[in-house]
Write a protein that binds this ligand. Structure first.
Ligand SMILES: [Zn+2]
Length: 293
């Protein structure tokens, strides 16, 4: 049976995976203050809690990684700059380790067991604190030559001087309109109070302006950014995942409007916009199958 690990900013989840099913799983909290050595130890012990002798392990990480398993950096986990995650875990677990970006990994899960079965070329958009992406072209996962493919969150959609500042330091990125912090900020500007996305959804579902306008901002920015992707790739589908997916019906019309307004030619603007079939499980399932690529 395959083993997949989803290493996130809040938890390390590990699962024994059979095809598209997580048969058994366990998780430990990620201690961000502990530094890479202790975090890597924690990942290894989480895997060993599932099985004492793993044959191969796939790991999804919240950052960019090259084909040798060396991490560029993890935006929300300090100290991982240039760490060879693959090599370090291989030492601890005495087996081959495959490491990949989390959104790219989720795209692999979706390719094999979700919408990818009907749609050979698609972009997976992960919506959360950050906005990430994973790309599958012609039923082939495409991580990019440096592991940076489909990092759509930092494409610019507003070049005006007063565009909101993004976590990456630039202004006007998609993430500065569609990431969780951007939504909370906009909702507050419109008179709402929220420390998470749920109250924004509740407000929008009640038909209140604050919630509706917050999601309009998000959807418009996503649509404008995705139009650029569609002009380049003319994909079969765009698949959305992350906690916000439950509110997707409130955002979809604005994404579609932004797409139609900015795309070249009508057909690529009508691309199906879908919610991930695998949801939260895409990370562990995709990670497990990294070992078979
Ligand atoms: Zn940015």
């Amino acid at each position: 049976m395959l083993i997949g690990v989803d290493f996130g900013g809040t938890a390390v989840k590990a699962g024994l995976v059979d095809g598209g099913e997580v048969v058994r799983s366990t998780s430990t909290a990620t201690r961000l203050d502990r530094g890479p050595t202790e975090i890597l130890d924690a990942i290894a012990s989480t895997v060993l809690a599932l099985t004492p002798k793993p044959e191969a392990v796939g790991v999804a990480i919240p950052g960019e990684v090259n084909s040798e398993g060396r991490c560029w950096r993890l935006a929300n986990v300090p100290g991982f700059e240039d760490v060879s995650i693959g090599e370090e875990l291989s030492k601890r677990l005495s087996c081959p380790i495959a490491v990949e970006n989390d959104a790219t990994t989720a795209a692999l899960g979706e390719q094999l067991y979700g919408h990818g079965r009907q749609h050979p070329s698609f972009l997976m958009v992960t919506l959360g604190t950050g906005v990430g992406g994973g790309l599958v072209i012609g039923q082939q996962l495409y991580p990019g030559s440096n592991g940076f493919a489909a990092e759509i969150g930092h494409n610019n959609v507003d070049s005006s001087a007063d565009a909101p500042v993004c976590a990456c330091g630039q202004r006007g990125c998609i993430e500065a309109f569609a990431g969780t912090k951007a939504l909370l900020r906009r909702f507050a500007e419109l008179g709402g109070t929220a420390t998470e996305v749920l109250p924004i959804s509740v407000s929008a579902r009640r038909g209140e302006e604050a919630g509706k306008k917050t999601f309009e901002m998000m959807g418009r920015a996503l649509g404008k950014g995705l139009a650029v992707i569609q002009n380049v790739l003319d994909l079969n589908a765009i698949v959305f995942s992350g906690g916000i997916s439950a509110s997707f019906d409130l955002i979809e019309q604005h994404i579609r409007a932004g797409l139609r307004e900015n795309v070249f030619g009508k057909p690529p603007g009508e691309v199906p916009l879908l919610v991930s079939e695998l949801g939260e499980r895409a990370g562990v399932i995709g990670a497990a199958h990294l070992t078979t690529l």
